[in-house]
Design a protein around this ligand. Structure first.
Ligand code: XLS
Ligand code: CA
Ligand code: CA
Length: 441
């Protein structure tokens, strides 16, 4: 088979002094950090849709990147060429996982039966490539937002007929995920929300979404699949309001419908910031609830109100993200999926590699710096000391829940006047972070 990215050889780690644009400066796959190799902490994945399908088109103009990979778009030859390109790309970067939507893999047909036939065919082709390369599937999903039938949602649609098509797609995407040995299955509710409450029965729609998820779990478990389902929260875009607004909302939804044993969160950085949170915030909320499953690694532009899916660049953010991930014990079923795309004007094959090199190096730095912050210990020690008052006396009775309201009130009355609580020391803590970051300069 002809090389697709001819002229680009395997991307090697060359260290921080290297000026080679096609080399890692910080990502050294087998370097041991906190007891295991970097690649095991980071578990990088390639998103089929951005890397192999998207050409950079936007509502003001067509794509700029050529993603034909030598075949005609819309054909099964092209589907196979994308798989060839994808496996060559991942192998050259040392990426061990991929994530996909059903319709990323093949041209969707008018009739779902034909679509499924094509999926079976490409499924065989991809499985064979996995065997050749050892590359694994991080998660699969069904695209239930692009086809016009999903204009009013999938699980939340007003049409039972469309609901059946959503179910058929989920069933097929689960079959493929299982075939590829995938350890996760994601529900991103792109059109599960509303434009106006004037035409929407929110409770009815949410009940229906939950039922669809329950049936998906039942089906996958009946096939012996032990992987993890994820909800990927996003507050808006394409809909004005999306039900899986953020981690807190989605966890509440899962608990309300008894789905919390089978689901965790897939947190995307850019979605957290669209919800008005930091990336770290949504990771923390997920982790503290035992719900941190996987991560869609990218970043948004805080000056823009939409989802830009940029490659991760901000090392403060990747560090705070890796801090939450390390503290939660690391990934099990999940990993870091680059749901990231090149800017429209970065349209060459070399740019595709440059995006991943940037993102992988940014997360490698994040891992290194997060580990250093943990070893430095000053931040954790400060947080522990900050709540020390709860270790004894009335504080202890508060945390074990034994102090009554009367007892608490009596304590305040005895004191008459509260002493001010200890300083939050934010500036000091931020300076610790910078010292760990920049050390001797
Ligand atoms: C879109 C989402 C989507 C999901 C998978 O904003 O990020 O790509 O990750 O459907
Ligand atoms: Ca995503
Ligand atoms: Ca996104």
């Amino acid at each position: 088979m002809a090389e697709i990215f001819a002229g680009i050889s395997k991307i090697e780690y060359e260290g921080s002094k290297s000026k080679n644009p096609l080399a890692f400066k910080y990502y050294d796959a087998n370097r041991q950090i906190a007891g295991k190799p970097m690649k095991e902490h980071l578990k990088f994945a390639m998103a089929w849709w951005h890397n192999l399908c998207a050409t950079g088109s936007d509502m003001f103009g067509p794509g700029t990147a050529n993603k034909t990979f030598g075949a005609e778009i819309g054909t099964m030859d092209h589907a196979r060429a994308k798989a060839d390109a994808g496996f060559e790309f991942m192998t050259k970067l040392g990426i061990e996982y991929f994530a996909f939507h059903d319709v990323d893999l093949i041209p969707e047909a008018e009739d779902i039966n034909e679509t499924h036939k094509r999926l079976d065919e490409i499924g065989e082709y991809i499985s064979a490539k996995q065997k050749e390369t050892g590359i694994k599937c991080l998660w699969g999903t069904a695209n239930m937002f692009s086809n016009p039938r999903f204009m009013n949602g999938a699980g939340s649609t007003n049409s039972p007929e469309v609901y059946c098509f959503a179910a058929a797609q989920i069933k097929k995407a689960l079959d493929l995920t299982i075939k590829f040995g995938g350890t996760g299955y994601t529900f991103w509710g792109g059109r599960e929300g509303y434009e106006t409450l004037l035409n929407t029965d929110v409770k009815f729609e949410q009940d229906n979404i939950a039922n669809l998820m329950k049936q998906a779990v039942k089906y996958a478990r009946s096939k012996g699949w032990t992987g993890c389902f994820y909800i990927e929260p996003k507050p808006k875009e394409p809909m004005k309001h999306q039900y899986d607004f953020d981690a807190a909302t989605s966890i509440g939804f899962l608990r309300q419908y008894g789905l919390d044993q089978d689901f965790k969160m897939n947190i995307e950085a850019n979605h957290a910031t669209l919800a008005g949170h930091t990336f770290q915030h949504d990771l923390r909320i997920s982790a503290m609830n035992g719900m941190l499953g996987s991560v869609d690694a990218n970043q948004g532009d805080l000056l823009l109100g939409w989802d830009t899916d940029e490659f991760p660049f901000n090392v403060y953010d990747t560090t705070f993200a890796m801090l939450e991930i390390l503290k939660s014990g690391g990934f099990t079923t999940g990993g870091l999926n680059f749901d990231s795309k090149n800017r429209r004007s970065s349209y060459t094959q070399e740019d595709m590699f440059a995006g991943f090199i940037l993102g992988m190096d940014a997360f490698a730095l994040g891992l290194i710096k997060a580990d250093e912050l943990l070893q430095d210990g000053r931040i954790d020690a400060f947080v522990t000391a900050r709540y020390a008052g709860y270790k004894e006396g009335i504080g202890k009775k508060i945390t074990d829940g034994s102090a009554t309201l009367e007892e608490l009130a009596a304590e305040a009355e005895k004191l008459g006047k509260a002493t001010l609580p200890g300083s939050g020391k934010q500036e000091f803590l931020e300076s610790v972070v910078n010292q760990v970051f920049f050390g001797n300069v």
